[in-house]
Design a protein around this ligand. Structure first.
Ligand code: URA
Length: 208
């Protein structure tokens, strides 16, 4: 499974700031967006371009334009919303497909409570957004449903990943490309990433 550790100095610096325990909601939100923007830059490096001719100030000029599959951004509710604006800043025409899953505490299986995908998923590159790749359960279920909808080109953007989650993803969906700002040490016994960021959803939405 292709994993890109996006360790640009700007990303590393911002990750250092976002890890602080006393960070405000505003700063956590701003930094999530900023890191998401930089991850988008990495994740779109291989998009195909083609040359077209446009009318420039001094006459016709040949320019590059992105061609091929169009992008849908797939924030996983609710924390994925915190990365969405950063990605949309970079790809303003991207369609948004929302996925909401919760875990049934008896079966431990992810259950869908909200799924609204854009049209023609088979023609799109999906960029899944989730700040935390922890156990990987929600992510694998999200990829299952994207593939069931016909999507064949899927990338995941995460602020922080746990090795356990990466291993689970590799087993279930080795074709998915991962872009992550940090691969942390491990999960704790309740599934939080260490050192991690804490509860990213609570920090983005200001809830507790
Ligand atoms: N979700 C979070 O918000 N944080 C973690 O560390 C793991 C899952």
């Amino acid at each position: 499974m292709p994993v890109t550790l996006a360790d640009h100095p700007l990303i590393k610096h911002k990750l250092g700031l976002i890890r602080k325990a006393d960070i405000s909601t505003k700063d956590f939100r701003d930094l999530s967006s900023e890191i998401a923007r930089l991850l988008t830059y990495e994740a779109t490096k291989d998009l195909e371009t083609e040359q077209i001719t446009v009318e420039g100030w001094a006459g016709p000029v040949t320019v590059d334009t992105i061609k091929g599959k169009k992008i849908t951004v797939v924030p996983i509710l609710r924390a994925g919303i915190g990365m969405m604006n950063g990605v949309i800043d970079m790809i303003p025409s991207a369609k948004i497909s929302l996925v909401g899953l919760y875990r049934n505490e008896e079966t431990l299986e992810p259950v869908r409570y909200y799924v609204k995908l854009t049209s023609n998923m088979e023609e799109r590159i999906a960029l899944i957004l989730d700040p935390m790749l922890a156990t990987g359960g929600t992510l694998v279920a999200t990829i299952d449903l994207l593939k069931a909808a016909g999507c064949t080109h899927i990338k995941g953007l995460f602020l922080v990943a746990a090795p356990e989650g990466l291993r689970r993803l590799e087993k279930a969906h080795p074709d998915v490309e991962v872009y992550v700002a940090s691969v942390d040490e491990k999960l704790n016994d309740v599934g939080y990433i260490l050192p991690g960021l804490g509860d990213a959803g609570d920090k983005i939405f200001g809830t507790k």
